[in-house]
Design a protein around this ligand. Structure first.
Ligand SMILES: [Zn+2]
Length: 171
């Protein structure tokens, strides 16, 4: 199970969805869901200084969804000092090398739980809302990859859309 799916499972659990329902929705055995939840409980909690965002419930039907607005928002977000600071922290942690192949060239910093999926699933509509979303700024949700390894991930670009929660999945 990839890390992004684990985070989605945790978020669903935290918004009150019982494990057996999560298992049904993700088409996974319930034992896998419970294992994912246990492994995340062991993960280090974010420092108290970090802001936390309130995950939207997965029962919410997405209304007023504006793909262009969110795309523009992501572009704007990538130029903010907060974003550049997060990027620097991840690069430093990974010692300025691709985490997959160790290359030092053409490095990109990627959100493991993809940024577009966060923006979509948490219904973030402004830079202010993004600033309040701890998951975007969690250093452990970042990884340094070279352009080639990045393009090979199962969440690269539009491929991240499979992690978007859609209105169809809600009911
Ligand atoms: Zn690489």
């Amino acid at each position: 199970m990839n890390a992004a799916t684990k985070w989605l499972i945790r978020d669903a659990y935290q918004s009150g969805e019982p494990p057996h329902e999560i298992a049904l929705r993700f088409d996974l055995p319930e034992t896998d869901v419970n294992r994912a939840l246990r492994s995340l409980k062991k993960a280090k909690k974010p420092a108290p200084k970090e802001r936390s965002c309130k995950p939207v419930t997965f029962r919410v039907v997405l209304i007023n969804y504006d793909a262009d607005l969110r795309k523009a928002l992501i572009e704007k977000l990538r130029t903010t000092p907060l974003y550049l600071d997060w990027r620097r922290k991840v690069l430093k942690l990974d010692r300025y090398r691709c985490r997959e192949c160790g290359n030092k060239g053409r490095l990109q910093v990627d959100h493991i739980y993809p940024l577009s999926a966060i923006i979509h699933n948490y219904q973030i509509n402004s830079l202010e809302e993004a600033a309040e979303c701890e998951l975007i700024w969690r250093v452990s949700n970042g990884r340094t990859l070279c352009a080639i390894c990045h393009s090979r991930t199962d969440t690269h670009g539009a491929k991240a859309k499979r992690l978007w929660v859609t209105a169809n999945e809600v009911d």
